[in-house]
Ligand binder design. Sequence first.
Ligand SMILES: NC(=O)c1ccc[n+]([C@@H]2O[C@H](COP(=O)([O-])OP(=O)(O)OC[C@H]3O[C@@H](n4cnc5c(N)ncnc54)[C@H](OP(=O)(O)O)[C@@H]3O)[C@@H](O)[C@H]2O)c1
Length: 283
Amino acid sequence: MSSVKLCSVKLNDGFFMPMLGFGTSAPNKVPKSEVEEAVVRAIDVGYRHFDSAYLYLNEEEIGRAIRKKIADGSVKREDIFYTSKVWGTFLRPELVRTSLEISLSKLQLSYVDLYLIHIPIPLKPGEELFPKDEHGELIFDTVDLCATWEVECHPYLNQSKLLEFCKSQDIVLTAYAALGSNSGKEWLSKNNPVLLEDPVLSAIAARHRRTPAQVALRYQLQRGVVALAKSFNEERIRENFQVLDFQLTPEDMESLDSLNRNIRYFVDPLFSRHPDFPFSDEC
Ligand SMILES: NC(=O)c1ccc[n+]([C@@H]2O[C@H](COP(=O)([O-])OP(=O)(O)OC[C@H]3O[C@@H](n4cnc5c(N)ncnc54)[C@H](OP(=O)(O)O)[C@@H]3O)[C@@H](O)[C@H]2O)c1
């Protein structure tokens, strides 16, 4: 339902999704008031795409921030692209709608622009996830083909095979942890190198008089990948938005591609013991 076309990608359902998105997930110890302030700031800076989920327990605050900026005339609802996600405990068809309604009532908004399945689930052939209304119609606009896959993606895990597949299927890839995450969340792997300190990334950033974070985000946009960036810090919210006015060279892109080494920051041991755990495969 978003009418935002500037630096946006057209999804296979005909709607537009801004290529740069604002991440809102933070460790539990971070007061929820911070996300509200951050979303207000982000809208002021120019972000129009917000990524959240039932699980993040912050939809009340995000909804308040968006409604505040609508009320003061900064944006209209249709300028904003808002993503929520259904958590694994609501995946029975009769519960999906309930989960969406919980999110909408917390947000105090009448719709979300994108509703993602938060964690991968194995569906058996013929099994249906999405509920139908009393006339047998699906209650969501489009579900025949998913519009986007949101996956961990950054120069250390560039998902090039998945990206190629998604492009062939008209699915947009969205990158989370595009900055290497490093957010102090308890389930993040502690032994990995810090992406934003990578010497190749830093050298490219220095050449362009940009920061490693800006180069990491720009890298995704130039590959046709929607990039999410989370920051609750005023300066970094601004910094991360300044990625639309410079261009990486083909050589830069090649050097960044060569950093791929299958490093995942998100490795939750709870999921990794599941027989259908998909993230051990080579990307
Ligand atoms: N679908 C899923 O399962 C899934 C999983 C994970 C994440 N996500 C989504 O993707 C979003 C982004 O992922 P993420 O939050 O894990 O990681 P991220 O955006 O890669 O990195 C966030 C971390 O980097 C710091 N940071 C931000 N900008 C920076 C800059 N310019 N320079 C240096 N450090 C910077 C932030 O700290 P400050 O806040 O202090 O700036 C924060 O600690 C999430 O917020 C969430 O919306 C989705």
